[in-house]
Design a protein around this ligand. Sequence first.
Ligand SMILES: C[C@](O)(C(=O)O)[C@H](CC(=O)O)C(=O)O
Length: 325
Amino acid sequence: MEVNQAAAKLRAQLADPDQIIVCPGVQDGLSARVCLHKGFKNLYMTGAGTSISLLGQPDLGLTPVTDMIRNASMIASLDRSVPLIADADTGFGGPLMVSRTVESYILAGVAALHLEDQVLTKRCGHLGGKEIVDIETFVSRIRAAHEARKRLRSEIVLIARSDALSATLFSSSSPEIGTEEEETKEEKQERGFQEAVKRLKSAVQAGADVAFFEGLQTRDQMRRVVGEMAPTPCLLNMVPGGVTPLISAREAKEMGFKIVIWPCFAMTAAYLAYQRAADELLCTGEIKEPEDRRGGVKEIFEVCGLSECVEFDKLVGGSAFRNGV
Ligand SMILES: C[C@](O)(C(=O)O)[C@H](CC(=O)O)C(=O)O
């Protein structure tokens, strides 16, 4: 498959009324390889996981755009027939920078990316105290992305994300402070919900294909956002320990979502496995081979393409592996 056909494939998946696109979050080569090996039909490159695995830092907007591009490019290259949806945070700057970011993601073979309305010093959507840019700035990010896509004649899917609901909940005041009575929590929720929907609708008018309402807090809000945004397809973000109730892909599909991402899927699995293995080595001074002998180095290399590498070398007349591996 050619580098840029993954976007067309994702568009066909989006157009299929029977399908919900389920994306495990991956942050590095191994997590992507395992998911590909298991047969997932789509992958999601998590910005949080990229920050954690490349920098050892939390999701606070610390990853330089070049690291994000390099990671997305590597993951997209592992199997070009599996469309990759990638986190592009805020786009990493003003409209010119957003356009360069989008061009780079396109050239990397990414099938879809999401751009959000947080300020540049962004943070994980499920942390408190977020701040957002004004709606004009957000829409100009989306417009810049759309222009970049047109310029490269690319079909890359643009996903607009709004963090307005939780940003509103954490903001200290209503816009009419002094003139109105203190808002109740429910009124704030409703104002934040409406603001996010307004932003997502404006983003769709500016060229976005999919709506990503970040930080949904109830099942009722989930259903509402799908209804409000129709016919624009909606993405659901499932973050264990976050603010959104966790539901299955089947329930998400019944609610009308078209994409569901599990960004922390690989990062949590890796974290817990590292913890267990670290405890074992620290406490006993050794790592016992499991009885079924799974997880050996050759098995891991195999999942990461060992045989394909050997075959390729042979096919083109190389001799590096003439004595086997
Ligand atoms: C989707 C997300 O942007 C990501 O980086 O994967 C994060 C997930 C997370 O930090 O747990 C987000 O929801 O902001």
